[in-house]
Ligand binder design. Structure first.
Ligand SMILES: *Cc1c(COP(=O)(O)O)cnc(C)c1O
Length: 365
């Protein structure tokens, strides 16, 4: 736990907020990460001074010196979470302190300053309260929140981390991920590329991990697949994760997800599903699975379902797998019963249609 620190915000509201009609136009087809709300949060950090100049301000571009270190050395990290409008009318977040903890874990790895957890959650509350009309009402829609931090020192020296940083939060209405019904994805097993190695940044939510992954994602698409699946760095044999989502393997009533060995991102959805699965009387384990076991399990019928999970798409079934040695189908290629059950349970908690026995819901307004 970081010590609580009250940031005092300078609040500057926009004079040009979008009209209700303009918002409705966005809600008609929000997509993902294309439209942004009227305001944003900005807080600066300076060595020797700590966090200062906390502002809620109109959404808009930044002006940065071309020598700003984030442009050159990618000292950057981010978080991703959603605000949901529940059936009761309340606007809530899901486990925001878990995101705060992960934000700081990433910050330590990237030699960046930590933000007190209460200040992190307070920044989300302030932005969502201000832009509450931007939280969509349609089923399955939400307001995606993107806290992030960049190194802002205008200097090219490579021997020290930046001495100044900027933390920001922006928000973007997000459509129901599977508007036309849940559709399984096909995945490509990446042998040519590695996402993360021990001692690297795999567990940190930093932009650099994504920059290095785009080429493999493109290769997946070139091979007719929707998503890339990352394997371990040494043998390209053990499954790690899928694009920006964690993977679960279902063997009847036993769930297995790759253990957090430092090379994969510890998803909050993943962590929540381990708990939910146990609540449902299923066995949920963290361990190791190779691509040979994946294939053999599907061929013998022992491995009944595979799904990916993350904040953006919640739960996505994996229908088929392809690699340089050929491909195979998971189950009959359609969404599995357990996959859909867990998806409904989790979304039920998030949207307030199911009880919340673990106090995961954090009410904002
Ligand atoms: C964010 C992310 C996830 C999913 O994390 P959630 O907290 O469940 O949204 C998984 N893998 C990667 C690489 C990520 O960046």
């Amino acid at each position: 736990m970081t010590t609580a620190q009250q940031l005092s915000y300078d609040v500057q509201l926009t004079g040009t907020a979008r009209t209700p009609a303009e918002r409705e136009q966005v809600f008609a087809d929000p997509g993902f990460g294309q439209h942004f709300t009227d305001h944003m949060i900005s807080v600066d950090w300076t060595e020797g001074r700590g966090w200062h100049d906390a502002r809620l301000m109109p959404y808009g571009p930044l002006t940065l010196d071309p020598a700003t270190s984030v442009f050159h050395y990618a000292q950057e990290l981010f978080e991703g979470m959603k605000a949901y409008r529940q059936t009761s009318g309340s606007i809530v977040c899901f486990r925001p302190y878990a995101n705060a903890t992960r934000f700081n874990r990433s910050a330590v790895r990237m030699a960046m300053p930590e933000l007190p957890e209460d200040a992190f959650v307070e920044s989300l509350e302030l932005l969502v309260q201000t832009d509450r009309e931007w939280v969509p009402r349609a089923e399955g829609q939400s307001l995606y929140l993107r806290p992030f931090m960049i190194a802002t020192q205008p200097a090219l020296g490579v021997n020290y981390p930046s001495r100044t940083y900027k933390y920001m939060v922006i928000a973007s209405p997000a459509g129901a991920y599977f508007a036309g019904g849940v559709k399984p994805v096909s995945v490509w097993l990446s042998r040519d590329y590695t996402r993360a190695a021990p001692g690297g940044t795999g567990f940190a939510k930093c932009g650099g991990n994504y920059a290095a992954a785009f080429v493999a994602q493109r290769q997946a698409v070139e091979n007719g697949c929707d998503q890339v699946v990352w394997l371990d760095a040494f043998e390209h044999r053990y499954v790690e994760e899928m694009g920006g989502m964690n993977l679960f393997f279902v063997f009847g009533d036993r769930l297995l997800t790759p253990a957090l060995t430092g090379t994969l991102l510890g998803g909050i959805t993943r962590d929540s599903l381990l708990t939910l699965a146990a609540d449902l009387g299923l066995t949920a384990e963290e361990g190791r699975i190779s691509i040979e076991e994946w294939r053999a399990g599907c061929e013998s019928g022992e491995l009944t379902e595979v799904f990916a999970c993350g904040t953006a798409a919640v739960i996505t079934p994996v229908g088929s797998v392809k690699g340089v040695d050929g491909g195979w189908t998971v189950g009959d290629g359609t969404p599995g019963a357990l996959t859909m059950r867990l998806r409904e349970e989790l979304m039920g908690i998030q949207y307030g249609t199911r009880p919340d026995p673990h106090d995961w819901i954090h009410k904002i307004c």
